[in-house]
Design a protein around this ligand. Structure first.
Ligand code: SAM
Ligand code: SF4
Length: 317
């Protein structure tokens, strides 16, 4: 399905929960989030039905995210059902990796294609601090388990934070020697990070300054928002994603569904369409979705607007 700017929309990101087993400083408030009423969250049965409509309309890639998707009970069954839908080419997940050691095998068996794991530091204490209590060893074991069962190509997402992990750029890039892609993402002034994103913002160009022997390579996925590089002789790639200093709106192929059933056509817009209510009222959600796609924003204006009211744990990143 095409939007009104001729972009083919084939990628749906589904946030399954706004809850998380970590509290990353730039994402979630320290005390966690107010518990949503049970009725506010879309059931996994309804989520499946809505995904089915998206697939009918031409979505062929689905990514499950959150909050932390692996804290939502029933996720393995949902993936198993979605993987059987005709037309689904890829099912991916973005996770903090804490529960991955436990779930990797059953996720793979259910039909998950691959995982992106969020990891901002390789230092145990720093990891505990930025995530407010997380255990780095659990993530490293999760990465190992994901590789072993073949949830590959494995990608690590690292948010660049000034004064926190800018000195770790070379050691994080070293992970690519082991057939892992490492992608650096600029800190976005969203939700929790709205207050400090400006002062801790590091342009992703800093990566090329820190590691001089990176060689540009062509991305296999032409819609990927990352520019890719490689260390000589490394198996994995280094990705640089700069949503702020270099917009990728022109090739945006994605829309988002929140755990409360809201359709977001652009990560950086506050506009939302309530699919949960429409689904429960038995409205024609196929028409609602296809009409909505035609109203997808042409581009974001983060560089001058700077504050988006929802936190990333609610939207899914
Ligand atoms: N809990 C999962 C995880 O951490 O991978 C999935 C959800 S999390 C919201 C998705 C991604 O958003 C993570 O890679 C996280 O680092 C990123 N993120 C959260 N807040 C951000 C911000 N203000 N700027 C840039 N990335 C952010
Ligand atoms: Fe949780 Fe992911 Fe947000 Fe960290 S970035 S608090 S792991 S949802």
């Amino acid at each position: 399905m095409k939007d009104s700017f001729g972009r083919e929309i084939n990628y749906l990101r589904v946030s399954l929960t706004d809850r998380c087993n970590l509290r990353c400083e730039y994402c979630m408030p320290g005390k966690g989030v107010d518990k949503l009423e049970h009725g506010d969250i879309m059931t996994l049965e309804d989520t499946y039905e809505v995904i089915k409509v998206f697939v009918d309309l031409g979505i062929d890639k689905i990514r499950f995210t959150g909050g932390e998707p692996l804290v939502r009970l029933g996720i393995v069954d949902l993936i198993s059902k979605v993987s059987k839908l005709e037309g689904v080419r890829e099912i991916a997940m973005t996770t903090n990796g804490i529960l991955l050691e436990k779930y990797a095998k059953s996720l793979k068996e259910a039909g998950l294609t691959r995982v992106n794991i969020s990891l901002d530091t390789l230092n145990k204490e720093r990891y505990r601090d930025i995530t407010r209590g997380g255990d780095l060893d659990k993530v490293l074991n999760g990465i190992k388990a994901a590789k072993e069962v073949g949830l590959t190509p494995l990608k690590i997402n690292t948010v660049l934070i000034g004064g926190f992990n800018d000195d770790e750029i070379p050691s994080l890039i070293d992970l690519t020697r082991d057939d892992i892609d490492v992608r650096f993402i600029e800190l976005m002034p969203i939700g929790e990070a709205a207050g400090f994103a400006k002062e801790k913002f590091i342009p992703s160009s800093r990566i090329l300054e820190a590691v001089k022997d990176l060689i540009p390579v062509v991305a296999e996925d032409k819609f990927s928002p990352a520019l890719y590089y490689k260390l000589p002789g490394a198996k994995g790639k280094v990705g640089i994603i700069n949503p702020i200093s270099c917009k990728f709106c022109k090739s945006c192929n994605r829309v988002r569904l929140t755990s409360t059933g809201l359709l977001k056509l652009c990560l950086h817009s506050n506009r939302e369409i309530d699919l949960k209510k429409a689904f429960e009222n038995k409205e024609d959600i196929k028409k609602i979705i296809s009409d909505a796609i035609l109203t997808k924003e042409e581009e974001h204006h983060l560089e001058d607007k700077e504050y988006i009211s929802r936190n990333m744990n609610q939207i899914g990143g």
